[in-house]
Ligand binder design. Sequence first.
Ligand code: PLP
Length: 387
Amino acid sequence: MMTGDDSRFRKDFPISEKIIYMNNGAIAPTPTVTINAVNDFMTKCANEGPDSAATSEYVTSILARLRLQVSRLINCDPEEVVLTQSTTDGINLVANGLDWKNGDSIVIRGGRHEHYANYLAWLRISQTKAVRLHELGIDENGLFDLSELEKAAKNCKLVAMSHALYNTGAVLPVEEVGRIARQNNALFFIDAAQSAGTLQIDVKKIGCHFMAFPGFKWLCGPTGIGVFYCSKQAAEFLTPPEIGWESAILSDSGIIAYMEMPARFQTGFRNYAGAAGLLSSIQYILDIGIENIRQQNLKVANVLRSELDKISSVKLLGPEEPDNRTSIVTFTASLDSSSIVKKLEAANIVLVDRDIAKSKKGVRASPHFFNSEQEAVQVAEQVKGLL
Ligand SMILES: Cc1ncc(COP(=O)(O)O)c(C=O)c1O
């Protein structure tokens, strides 16, 4: 368990000495070990040649270890881990790789309330193919009625939704959704951008077929690297939308054959420096333990919520019950969100504004385990001073 002394983590994130950074739901800073891992990788490439035998062997070992760590993180097989650039890449692999037939349907949640990356890809399929998009109705936290899903999932091809919401921090009941999808023989895609690194994930327990997440949010890895999980069974339903020299082979008679998982979805050289960094970050995160991280994150979020709640013009969003939310704390106030964010940044506090409904924005704080309760109090004090 973490103790009240979180300084051992703060020293791993030099930013903690300079500013209050609570924008980890967008991009988290990398810990010092990861900066060193990327630096070591680049130094090795510079000294030994980026495509020499020694470096190739090193890259192979990094990729194998990275897949192993991801498999521990989400409880899958290493061969089910495809390295991408971002969450969006994984979403597009599913949207553009499934064989859509006239009359197919996709069930999503909330439409414009969802992150656009996890909406536009499905919307485009519905607009370019004869595919119906069923958008489940939502309450103000973004939660939907499972009984509506039960009905909508009948004869649907794919259910696609986030694990945790980027705007309200609500955690969706993915295990129940997985059960309903299975009962209806529907495929299930999860956008885990706001959960990987901050919530326990077990793809086997959830029973999802696909999942995508970035390395650079709650996993504290470098930008430009992400993960697409594709279960071995579901890989059969997905034709790689792109092709390249690493993902397929050509026979003498001109027949193209895709490689096995995961290479079939990886068209060429990857972001190896990013892979070295992400490997280091996931090892670091797993060493601390996701449950410890979750507890620390909620502790800071709870202080922030209760301090903000004391300010009369502040309206908090997201479920009240801690089990039903991540550490994302979003609020509106008497001053518009973008002005609040700008003024906070001038005081060395980094939050962000995000859509919470059509044409409506809120201020979002997304503390991670290196943030402290003291920082949460300071953020609320600063907000109070602006209103
Ligand atoms: C829920 C969700 N999905 C997708 C994305 C897009 O992520 P990426 O930049 O990894 O494609 C984000 C980014 O904030 C997000 O919060």
